[in-house]
Design a protein around this ligand. Sequence first.
Ligand SMILES: *[C@@H]1O[C@H](CO)[C@@H](O)[C@H](O)[C@H]1NC(C)=O
Length: 314
Amino acid sequence: MQNYAQVARDFVERHATGLTVAVFAGVLALRRWLAGGVCRSKVRLDGKTVLITGANTGIGKETAHGYGARVILACRDITRARIAADEIRLRSGNGNVVVKKLDLASLQSVRDLAKEVQENEDRLDILINNAGIMMCPKWTTEDGFEMQFGVNHLGHFLLTNCLLDLLKKSTPSRVVIVSSLAHEKGHIHFDDINLDKDYKREGSYRQSKLANVLFCRELAARLQGTGVTAYSLRHLFPTLALWKKSIIMPFLMMIKSPWEGAQTTIYCAVDESVANDSGLYYSDCAPKTAAPQALDDAAAKKLWDLSASMVGLA
Ligand SMILES: *[C@@H]1O[C@H](CO)[C@@H](O)[C@H](O)[C@H]1NC(C)=O
């Protein structure tokens, strides 16, 4: 009588190398699939300046090391930003990394940072609106706006507008807006933009991410012919189904490195192939059709006007 366990053991022993290779290949394929596209641009950014909101070391490292840019990390938490800056310097050997204070939940802080940058920087080639707050309770910004819309959209809306002159002086230049797949289920509540009547953290997040895509669209339209182009994107995880299964999130985090998570952002920020495109939405280092409500030009314009009046730009 054959013992099945023994047969299995024999099989594993005999085919150990093959099995190891197969498991390895499987893990690599899974990693590859989760990683999405990779930016293969060989462009150099020496002498150019990139401003990134939020202490994203993946984007910072890549732009500083891979492309040689001067990198400004604009962050609320200076301690965290300094740690990120040190890590970027260490890994990249590029000492040209600076930290500046920016609290996107405060219009005053946004204006202060923009003024500081305008006064002290010769140029701004790439602005990456990367910082974001996700699914928080019903909090409000310093100026009384609902927090997710205030930080993810309004703060960046004001920051971008305040830095436009410097971007226009540095053409060709780019504005990269990090949105999310969550925009697909988003809805702009024009009649209750702060969601006072019915606050849901997911709905608020989706509204703010839809606002990111609409902002990019209207910004691109307004900047046509100026040499400043705009891009919105989603990054990180390939499908919402996976995203929803929060139990596997830590696992995804582990195998999807910050470098991989930053690839579409890097692609939109530096890749030559998109130099003449503007106003589009990207995923996995390729253009992707955004949700129908994100392609609505009238809504994009309406959102711009509303945002401008909210932040006092109108
Ligand atoms: C972008 O436009 C410029 C000027 O028309 C052209 O020289 C360049 O090849 C274009 N780049 C791409 C990637 O299409």
